[in-house]
Design a protein around this ligand. Structure first.
Ligand SMILES: Cc1ncc(C[n+]2csc(CCOP(=O)(O)OP(=O)(O)O)c2C)c(N)n1
Ligand SMILES: [Mg+2]
Length: 360
């Protein structure tokens, strides 16, 4: 019995393309991306790092509401999103706003989501996504359903979802991967293993040596990927996407990553549950540093280009937060209208009371 488990666990070696110094360690799986595409990936990672820094500052100024920091997880988030097609579906968790933005969510709406304004969840028609899920793991079940729908409609598209290491302990996680496996639905289940569920380390979360191996019980593909290596995450997601649209069913991708900041801006203190050594060890794996080194070795990325991206990001953010702040405040009647297609009589009565107040 012990041998069976060991045999399984030994299969889940971390998949990597670039090492920490930006050198290609796996030529066979180096993705076929043009120089322009490589630069676009870098641009998105730099932009998203700035967005994270500015979002934290705006939150502290009281200009944003709920915010879950993303620095450190850019390769996991953007490498996987870069492998998607426009008509693929994203079912994100609360930390996955960057994927939505790069799939087409206007920045000012991302800010409105943070502020708890309903317009932050009214997505453009061409953006196929649900709004960030707060209930841990719930999006995994929904993804099985969306993917099955795509299959039944003969679409050559996938539904991709994201949860964290903590999310893999939820019943919804197992229900989602099992159901999608049973129906060979075109789903991609990403687990961003950032080592902690708020303050709980992954070693206390599960006795499983990897989270990727949880795929075995569902009879689906599973792979553990270096989540600080954007090319590895891209390559794994691209493979999973092809596998799914070819009718072979879902893949579980565990990305090994780290959040450099706190869990959210609501007040946890990472120094109470993480050591400086651990932070430093992961900072050496910073996905931006590694990819920058790779691009510099190919002579396709300069400091000037990076500074330009930073300036552009700051400018966009300034405009977007202004636009978000100009959005009319939400009213009680907006809440009622957004919740109900047909109003029960008691709410109709209440709505009229509020309408009268709001029109004053
Ligand atoms: C069903 C449910 N239980 C508990 C919570 C409270 N909660 C919010 S975030 C979180 C930790 C999640 O950790 P992980 O899945 O590793 O994701 P990460 O935040 O690290 O990206 C918990 C327990 C919740 N939102 N939903
Ligand atoms: Mg986590």
């Amino acid at each position: 019995m012990k041998q069976v488990l060991e045999n399984v666990e030994n299969q889940f070696e971390m998949f990597q393309v670039l090492d920490e110094s930006g050198k290609v360690v796996n030529k066979d799986d180096l993705p076929d991306l043009s120089d322009d595409e490589l630069k676009e990936l870098m641009r998105r990672m730099v932009y998203t790092r700035i967005l994270d820094q500015r979002s934290i500052a705006l939150n502290r100024q009281g200009r944003l509401g709920f915010y879950a920091p993303t620095a450190g997880q850019e390769a996991s988030q953007l490498g996987s999103q870069f492998a998607l097609e426009k008509e693929d579906y994203i079912l994100p968790g609360y930390r996955d706003v960057p994927q939505l933005i790069w799939q087409g969510l206007p920045l000012y709406q991302a800010f409105l989501f943070s502020k708890g304004h309903f317009h932050g969840n009214q997505y453009p028609d061409e953006l196929r996504a649900t709004s960030p899920q707060i209930i841990i793991g719930a999006q995994y079940v929904q993804t099985a359903g969306v993917a099955l729908g795509l299959k039944k409609r003969d679409k050559k598209n996938v539904a991709i979802t994201y949860t964290g290491d903590g999310g893999t302990s939820q019943g919804d996680f197992y229900e989602g991967i099992n159901n999608a496996g049973a129906f060979k639905a075109p789903a991609i289940f990403v687990v961003q293993n950032n080592q902690f569920a708020i303050s709980v380390p992954v070693e206390k979360q599960t006795n499983a040596k990897t989270l990727a191996q949880k795929a075995i019980a569902a009879g689906i593909e599973g792979i553990q990927v270096d989540g600080m290596d954007v090319l590895a995450v891209y390559a794994a997601t691209k493979m999973a996407r092809e596998h799914a649209v070819d009718g072979n069913g879902p893949t579980l991708i565990e990305t090994l990553t780290y959040r450099f900041g706190p869990h959210t801006m609501s007040g946890d203190d990472p120094t109470r549950y993480r050591t400086d050594e651990m932070d430093q060890e992961w900072e050496k794996k910073d996905p931006l540093v590694r990819f920058r080194k790779y691009l510099e070795s190919k002579n396709i990325w300069t400091e000037e280009e990076e500074n330009q991206v930073i300036e552009d990001a700051k400018e966009d953010i300034k405009k977007a937060i202004k636009q978000a702040e100009q959005q009319p405040k939400q009213k009680v009647t907006d809440l009622i209208d957004n919740m109900y297609e047909e109003l029960p009589a008691n709410l109709q009565e209440q709505k009229e009371i509020y309408q009268a107040k709001e029109s004053k």
